[in-house]
Design a protein around this ligand. Structure first.
Ligand SMILES: C[S@@+](CC[C@H](N)C(=O)[O-])C[C@H]1O[C@@H](n2cnc3c(N)ncnc32)[C@H](O)[C@@H]1O
Length: 284
């Protein structure tokens, strides 16, 4: 079955193009407040940041079908020496929007892949009590659910076509709340300055929480990783991104190189520029 991919250029606090209950899974990584390097001074205050996240949570609740899952990859952030409890606050905002809190997965990056400065160096300079500042190699993957899923609503053929690869599930330990995945290197070509997540993250989430032919939403789509993986896995996708300048990157990423099946060649890609004339085109 050919898949359909839509990119909306606009602000995700309003998902006006997306009808109620039309999405089967949301997976996204919002900006990490005013993270050093990536989002320096993007928001005027932490309250303003939380307000935006709260609006997105409400819209996500509206567009998701009953029983379905919303996944947030996020982490607490150290800004100018102050630690902001984004994981706790985001969890609260999603609960307030109506979601149930289902799980928290910890994503562990390899030890040597630190992107931020090594805070732990302070201890080497001053090997005394009170100088302890650990290096962070973790992020959270928060899993929320809207109501309860009706397992009988999925036809047998769709269930079969969406079967999880149990060998991979066992070998890569998907069954634990600790996921060890290699992060995208900051200097990688397509994701430069975007703070992209590795394909492995949406790959696991989309495989575990959606069926073939369903629609996956990423309201902070960045370089388009979620859309690319959705396409690979035979799901439709909708991405929202505020930065129009990312269109060429997203286009390149989701029109992946390599062998396409005949069905994938029929896939379509549409760009909706808010307040501007929309344009439709084929992916290839
Ligand atoms: C952490 S990045 C997402 C990276 C993405 N997961 C990937 O793999 O490339 C967050 C993205 O959200 C975008 N963004 C920030 N605020 C937004 C908003 N209010 N609405 C839509 N997109 C927004 C940023 O421009 C950035 O590209």
């Amino acid at each position: 079955m050919a898949t359909v991919h839509k990119l909306i250029i606009g602000n995700a606090i309003d998902m006006r193009e997306i009808p109620d209950e039309s999405i089967q899974l949301m997976v996204t990584s919002p900006p990490y407040f005013n993270a050093p390097f990536d989002y320096k001074q993007l928001y005027q205050s932490y309250d303003q940041y939380l307000q935006i996240l709260g609006e997105v949570a409400k819209e996500a609740y509206r567009v998701l079908q009953n029983g379905r899952i919303a996944v947030l990859n996020i982490d607490d952030m150290l800004v100018d020496g102050e630690k902001f409890p984004i994981v706790a606050d985001a969890t609260h905002l999603f609960l307030q929007a109506g979601f149930r809190y289902r799980d928290r997965i910890i994503w562990k990056k390899p030890d040597g892949y630190l992107r931020i400065s090594r805070r732990s160096g302070v201890m080497l300079q001053n090997p005394y009590p009170m100088y302890y500042y650990p290096d962070n190699t973790l992020e959270s993957i928060l899993i929320f659910q809207k109501g309860k899923f009706n397992y009988r609503s999925i036809p047998d053929a769709v269930r079969l076509a969406s079967k999880i690869d149990l060998e991979r599930f066992q070998k890569e330990k998907w069954y634990m709340t600790l996921w060890e995945m290699v992060n995208v290197l900051p200097n990688s070509e397509l994701e430069k300055d975007i703070a992209a997540f590795p394909e492995e993250l949406p790959y696991r989430i989309i495989s575990l929480f959606s069926y073939v032919g369903e629609t996956v939403l990423d309201p902070f789509v960045g370089s388009g990783t979620t859309m690319k993986v959705a396409r690979l896995l035979g799901r439709n996708s909708i991405g929202i991104e505020i930065k129009e300048s990312l269109i060429p990157i997203i286009r390149k990423k989701i029109g992946f190189e390599g062998q396409l099946t005949l069905e994938q060649q029929e896939d379509t890609f549409e760009i909706i520029l808010r307040e501007k004339v929309s344009q439709s085109e084929e992916i290839r």
